[in-house]
Ligand binder design. Structure first.
Ligand SMILES: [Zn+2]
Ligand SMILES: [Zn+2]
Length: 351
């Protein structure tokens, strides 16, 4: 999220809405999603709000409906929701009223809209405020319905990030895995409902970070609820090694199964596949590809702080190549992985 976006957003109001949902359901993890649903529903019904002085009650009522629906869909009938249903809010009523001040509500709704990217705002407003169908939005924007679904889910991810408290709401912790870029810091795992990512706090953002998009059912199945960072990264590495084994060429989209072009990543040495049909993309840096090789994995198991470095361009049996070296300096151990420069196919692995 950019600084501008954060600035537009009133942190206190956002937290109060999330907390209200938490209190209504007793579920801290569901609360952020439910707060998001509440905002979407509020936008959809904004025309019904005639009396702005009742705005806080109005939003609280929407939050209650959303939370109640959620509880029912899960077959939950917790005591606190029975209480709400019966309208016996006496003991909590006062709290709810104080959850959201009227002036904050306007800021909350406007801030949320203003903080989204224009693309996300466009699809979310068309879908949730004007209640257009996917087909209608697709026709209007001149894109496929799959692309609309994709943009909607991305928009909801953005919205959810806005609702997640800056630090407390996300699950962020240091793992026991050393960064393969610098070998000096341990990777930090960040877990959200839509993604699991790993990065090194000491290296440049994105240098050798890993991102698992859980909105893509393929990756959700791949991770399959695994909690251990080594398991998640191990599965990701194994998949990426298979998927990108042939270097550039054609493959199939992990999400929709359509044929995709696997090409050179324009942003860094590595491979990338972008699906023209659903707009999802997957990529791996060259160092990421090397990380998945069994030889490199074995060396890193023996020497957990071994680093991966990109060596300058070389010729391998007459083919212009790039070498990724995994080295444990003190132990004097190393493995070189040689990739053809034009198609990123693995040519050789050895010490
Ligand atoms: Zn690092
Ligand atoms: Zn696709």
């Amino acid at each position: 999220m950019s600084e501008i976006a954060t600035g537009l957003w009133d942190d206190a109001a956002r937290r109060r809405l999330v907390r209200l949902c938490e209190r209504l359901t007793g579920d801290r993890h569901a609360a952020e999603d439910l707060a998001q649903e509440t905002l979407l529903e509020a936008w959809r019904n904004a025309h019904k709000l005639h009396d702005p002085t009742g705005a806080d009650h109005w939003l609280a009522a929407i939050a209650r409906n959303v939370c109640l629906r959620w509880a029912r869909s899960r077959g939950r009938e917790p005591a606190r929701l029975d209480v709400f249903e019966a309208g016996a809010l006496a003991d909590r009523g006062a709290d709810v009223e104080h959850e959201l001040e009227r002036s904050e509500l306007v800021e909350l709704l406007d801030g949320a809209l203003g903080s989204l990217t224009p693309e996300a705002r466009e699809v979310l407003v068309r879908r949730y405020v004007h209640e257009s169908t996917h087909a209608e939005i697709a026709a209007f924007l001149g894109v496929s319905e799959d692309a609309v679904s994709m943009r909607l889910s991305r928009g909801k991810v953005q919205l959810r990030r806005l609702l997640a408290p800056q630090l407390g709401g996300e699950d962020r912790r240091e793992t026991r895995i050393w960064c393969a870029g610098c070998g000096r810091r341990k990777l930090v795992q960040r877990k959200e409902a839509e993604a699991i990512s790993f990065h090194c706090p000491g290296c440049d953002v994105g240098s050798l970070s890993h991102h698992v998009d859980l909105t893509n059912p393929f990756f959700e199945r791949l991770v399959d609820g695994a909690a251990r960072p080594t398991t998640v990264l191990g599965r990701l590495a194994a998949w990426s090694r298979r998927y990108f084994a042939g270097g550039t060429g054609t493959g199939s989209c992990t999400a929709c199964g359509e044929q995709v072009e696997i090409g050179l990543d324009p942003e860094r040495p590595g491979l990338r596949a972008v699906c023209a049909s659903c707009e999802r993309s997957v990529s791996s840096s060259l160092r990421g590809l090397a990380c998945g090789l069994p030889e490199v994995r074995a060396l890193r198991r023996a020497h957990p702080r071994a680093r991966l470095v990109l060596l300058g361009d070389v010729e391998h049996e007459g083919v212009p190549s790039t070498v990724v070296r995994c080295e444990a300096l003190l132990a004097g151990a190393r493995i070189d992985a040689v990739f053809a420069r034009d198609n990123m196919r693995l040519l050789a692995v050895g010490s």
